[in-house]
Design a binder for this molecule. Structure first.
Ligand SMILES: *Cc1c(COP(=O)(O)O)cnc(C)c1O
Length: 386
């Protein structure tokens, strides 16, 4: 399997990054980040109130093209609250791809709701709208305007597509499926800041949507997330819930329900304000990296570089190799990692994890196949500058 072409790939990666060990993805910071964070420290506004949180929320909402963004402590919390304010209740089933990061399933579980796994398509690495439609028509039954899972008797309430490695899913088709079955759409856009579907930014299609700014994402606040929506009332409710449901008052501690302490600290938002200024440069650099990899990988048998789906502009957050069936994933992973080129398989599919193996699920043939064939390779954007 390992022939001179693979050795050439490794050599080129080391030359590109000038590093003996090349990590999968590292954050890139500049002067603005340093200045804004320093400003927090100098003024003492490091914690739960301060102007950077407001600034970050405004800049993010503007970039995504939604009315409101609510900044929170991480992407998982953002998803949990997005689902809650969108209308997911205890015992509801929530459709999601089995091929996702654990947070998508956990956020649903935190609400006492049940993840329900369906297949993805090789076109996008995300939910397959056609397969979803056919599946729901066989497993579901519309009763009083809600979709009932005939096998479990529970309500299927929402669909959470995830834009894998930044590549947008087929949103028009998914929205049509959601309308047909009266399902709420909530995008897990944790990986897709800077990614567009038909010219419109991801995280602006669902009723309420979530993003992550963890250290490994395209833009980081250290740790952080955001809830995005065009619905002012839901945004206000999300803000209320994530700030311990405290009723605004000059001095009294009155809370009107069990809320959460999920607010993003000002220090993290300051870092995020600096990072957001660079999103376009990050995306441009990532797309250049795709061209660099494509040149080399197109000469290697048995592999292809995954490219953005039709009608989309992807942020190419993580560069992705797809192996042919003839290739052994673990052999490639072992080789690359031994050569100091950090490489990773995709997440173990949700329906194979012990906590989630008994959840409802459809046919997952494509997930099973992709699981054995996907490898992420170093994806840090270079020469981003100020
Ligand atoms: C990163 C990520 C999250 C969660 O974000 P955290 O900030 O790490 O909590 C959720 N879903 C997906 C698909 C992610 O990649």
């Amino acid at each position: 399997m390992i022939n001179p072409e693979w050795e050439n790939l490794v050599k080129n990666i080391h030359n590109h990054y000038h590093q003996d060990f090349v990590p999968l993805h590292e954050p890139t910071f500049g002067e603005s980040e340093l200045n804004y964070v320093t400003d927090c420290i100098k003024t003492g506004w490091v914690s739960s109130v301060g102007s950077y949180v407001d600034g970050f929320e405004k800049a993010l909402a503007e970039m995504v093209g939604v009315k409101r963004a609510v900044a929170v402590v991480n992407g998982t919390a953002a998803l949990q609250i997005a689902l809650k304010v969108a209308g997911v209740k205890e015992n509801d089933e929530v459709i999601m791809p089995s091929l996702t990061f654990i947070a998508t399933a956990n956020a649903v579980t935190y609400l006492q709701a049940i993840p329900h796994f369906v297949d993805v398509t090789e076109r996008t690495l995300g939910l397959d709208p056609l397969k979803l439609d056919m599946y729901l028509s066989s497993v579901g039954s519309m009763q009083n305007d809600v979709l009932i899972n005939k096998e479990t008797g529970r309500v299927i309430r929402a669909v959470v597509p995830m834009h894998t490695f930044g590549h947008p899913v087929e949103l028009d088709e998914l929205i049509a499926v959601c309308e047909k079955y009266h399902l709420i759409l909530v995008e897990d856009a944790a990986e897709s800041l800077g990614s567009y579907y038909k010219g419109k930014h991801t995280a602006s299609f669902g009723k309420v949507n979530a993003m992550s700014f963890n250290g490994n994402k395209i833009v980081t606040t250290g740790g952080g997330g955001a809830i995005l929506t065009d619905d002012e009332a839901l945004a206000n409710y999300a803000k209320h819930l994530t700030t311990t449901a405290k009723v605004p008052h000059k001095w009294a501690y009155v809370h009107d329900e069990i809320g959460y302490n999920y607010r993003m600290p000002n220090l993290n938002a300051a870092l995020g304000c600096g990072q957001l200024e660079k999103v376009e440069k990050f995306v441009e650099a990532k797309r250049k990296l795709t061209v660099f990899y494509d040149d080399i990988l197109s000469k290697i048998n048995g592999v292809t570089l995954f490219k953005e789906p039709i009608h989309t502009k992807s942020n190419y957050w993580l560069q992705t190799i797809l192996l042919d069936d003839s290739m052994n994933r673990d052999e490639v992973l072992t080789y690359l990692n031994e050569q100091g080129v950090m490489s990773r398989p995709i997440w173990q599919p949700m329906h194979t994890l012990s906590m989630y193996e008994n959840c409802p699920k459809g046919d997952l043939t494509v997930v099973e196949s992709l699981n054995k064939r996907i490898i992420n390779i170093p994806s840090t954007p270079l020469n981003v500058g100020e």
